[in-house]
Design a protein around this ligand. Structure first.
Ligand SMILES: [Zn+2]
Ligand SMILES: [Zn+2]
Length: 348
């Protein structure tokens, strides 16, 4: 099969080559890949931020496709059949530990060592992928399988963060950084009834997209003062601030979060990134600051899929670029230049 594999920490990061098509082992499902997303986390992987760069490893962790084959001993709780459209979670929990039992699958210790396309398991930048069956989540009728790939990372990460922060009807929300996750947060929050939804970025292109996806106000922080603009719109501050920048910095968040408000952080930062906050307003105003990793595959992803199937979220609006496999290095270069809302590679 055709696959994109890691060449090394320098550009071009990937090479397209022929590799053996994987066979599903016990408890695994073979999926024919429809599309994969181009995600900022991949750049951390290519540059060695997540550990030594593995030459020959297949990245790609935002994956959609069709069930192709089942390995032995598959329990198949969703009743999947060959040809069914699915997405693949990069969080692969064991389903039995105390975190899984309490609905916190995304913090399952076993999942930390096996993330398709990131850690341990080959990813989806290929024509086929095998994964443990717990990672395979069915799509509903009416959900476009190609455009569904970002549900498995950008939308999932945004949705879980919004849920953790308590976003619902009438929640006032500021999203700082409208890349793939930030734009997804804007679109999902709009479907969830949040209002107002204020997007902050330094790229007009991204802010235009945020407006298209449901932001009620957009602020280019390189051209105007975001604190005074946000305070004009929300004199008491925002109930929730989502720090969705790759390098989060809580300075602006702390200035615009409401009393008893929540700051939720999804940007991973680099291995040596820290933030600091002024303790007095943090304590006196009862601010919650929470980190949120990924999503709960068997809980969050089906809920997002239902929002899409019901027509409340149009996933085609998020994707700005569609690439062929041979253009994959160009796709990552354009990601680094900040040109994408979300990009996908079509493998079929
Ligand atoms: Zn990702
Ligand atoms: Zn577990």
């Amino acid at each position: 099969m055709k696959a994109a594999t890691i060449k090394g920490p320098n550009k071009p990061y990937l090479e397209i080559k022929e590799v053996p098509t994987p066979k599903p082992g016990p408890g695994e499902i073979l999926v024919r890949v429809a599309a994969t997303g181009i995600c900022h986390s991949d750049l951390h992987l290519f540059k060695g931020d997540f550990g030594p760069v593995r030459q020959g490893f297949i990245p790609g962790h935002e994956i959609s496709g069709w069930v192709e084959d089942f390995g032995p001993d598959v329990k198949n709780p969703w009743g999947l059949k060959k040809g069914d459209p699915v997405i693949i979670s990069w969080i692969v929990p064991d389903g039995i530990c105390k975190y899984c039992a309490s609905g916190k699958e995304n913090y399952c210790p076993a999942a930390a060592g096996r993330m398709p396309g990131l850690v341990g398991l080959n990813g989806g930048h290929a024509e086929y992928i095998t994964v443990p069956e717990i990672a395979v989540i069915p799509l509903e009728k009416g959900v476009d399988v190609y455009y569904a790939a970002p549900i498995a990372c950008a939308y999932g990460t945004a949705y879980h963060a919004l849920r953790e922060a308590g976003v619902g009807p009438g929640t006032s929300l500021v999203v700082i950084g409208v890349g793939g996750v930030g734009l997804s947060a804007v679109q999902l929050a709009s479907a969830m009834g949040a209002y107002p939804i204020i997007a902050v970025d330094v790229r007009d292109y991204a802010l235009d997209k945020a407006r298209e996806l449901g932001a009620t106000h957009v602020i280019n922080s390189s051209k105007e003062d975001p604190i005074s603009r946000i305070r004009d719109i929300l004199p008491d501050g925002a109930d929730v601030v989502h720090e969705a920048r790759p390098e989060p910095d809580l300075k602006l968040s702390m200035e615009v979060v409401a009393r008893a408000g929540t700051i939720v952080v999804t940007g991973l930062g680099g291995p040596k990134s820290y933030f600091s906050v002024n303790i007095l307003p943090f304590v006196v105003n009862g601010i919650r600051i929470i980190g949120s990793l990924g999503y709960r595959p068997r809980l969050d992803l089906p809920e997002i899929i239902k929002l899409v199937a019901s027509g409340k979220v149009d996933i085609r609006k998020l994707v700005s670029h569609v690439y062929a496999p041979e253009q994959i290095n160009e796709a990552y270069e354009n990601l680094e230049k900040g040109l994408h809302a979300r990009a996908i590679v079509k493998w079929d």
